[in-house]
Design a protein around this ligand. Structure first.
Ligand code: ADP
Ligand code: MG
Ligand code: MG
Length: 249
């Protein structure tokens, strides 16, 4: 069973320490929600796992099934079975969804899928997500609605079938339609039991549709509390104030 292990992770951005000792284990079949106030370092954690060059790991470790993720290039991370929604650019002018996805699958598998097989997989996955086939010919993210962006993200998950998926729900522009798309995708992957999901979010809204197995509260660069789904209800009722105080922000 796939396991992502993050141990005492410290990360600096522009010479400032943002992550101050993060410990987290995500296994296939588990859904973890990371929740916390803005600026607490949630996206920094996702970028560090993704291998973004601006984020420097100063100490600690990240392993996937015992393999050192920090030694891997971004492409190697994808091949190892990590999916990071944010490693993809916001807009890719002149590149169609179909070509973009085929390139992503090629990067993850280490070889290009046969066009006929890929086209069939793409069609089936799009049908499952109730997407219009013409979507495949549109340029990536060009004029996409919030819901379309999210469908595109979940479509990548369907085609790549990663071991561990890190989804940073940056919270802006996520309408109810988009929330539902992400939620249904996450729930389907979780039910299949082959993918571990790390869902990063500021708001508790999405947790009306996704029931995480574990909820972690993130404040000032570390996890300050962990629990089950009931912790999300508590956060919805009480907000983050008490954690912000506790973490000394
Ligand atoms: P969150 O996702 O929880 O809102 P972030 O990880 O985006 O938090 O940001 C945490 C802190 O790191 C913030 O103070 C932010 O200003 C800083 N930070 C993040 N990325 C950068 C960057 N590329 N350059 C400079 N500072 C950054
Ligand atoms: Mg963020
Ligand atoms: Mg599950």
């Amino acid at each position: 069973m796939a396991t992502l292990e993050i141990r005492d992770l410290h990360v600096t951005v522009a010479d400032k320490e943002i992550l101050k000792g993060v410990n987290l284990t995500v296994r296939a079949g588990e859904t973890h929600a990371i929740m916390g106030p803005n600026g607490s370092g949630k996206s920094t954690l996702a970028y560090a796992v993704a291998g973004h060059p601006k984020y420097t790991v100063t100490s600690g470790s990240i392993t996937l099934d015992g393999e050192d993720v920090l030694e891997m290039t971004v492409d190697e991370r994808a091949r190892a079975g990590l999916f990071l929604a944010m490693q993809y650019p916001v807009e890719v002018p002149g590149v169609s969804v179909a070509n973009f996805l085929r390139t992503a699958v090629t990067a993850a598998k280490g070889e290009a899928p046969k066009l006929r097989i890929f086209s069939k997989d793409l069609k089936e996955s799009m049908a499952q997500l109730q997407m219009d086939p013409s979507f495949a010919q549109r340029n990536v993210n060009e004029g996409f609605s919030g819901g379309e962006k999210k469908r595109h993200e979940i479509l990548q998950l369907e085609l790549l079938k990663p071991k561990i998926a890190v989804l940073d729900e940056t919270d802006s522009g996520l309408d109810v339609d988009a929330l539902k798309v992400v939620s249904e995708g996450v729930n389907r992957f979780s039910a299949a039991g082959e993918t571990g999901v790390l869902l990063i979010t500021h708001y508790t809204r999405i947790l009306r549709y996704v029931k995480p197995d574990f909820v972690h509260v993130f404040a000032d660069g570390r996890i300050v509390e962990a629990g089950g789904p009931e912790l999300a209800d508590k956060l919805e009722a009480e907000g983050y104030e008490k954690y912000v105080g506790k973490a000394g922000v």
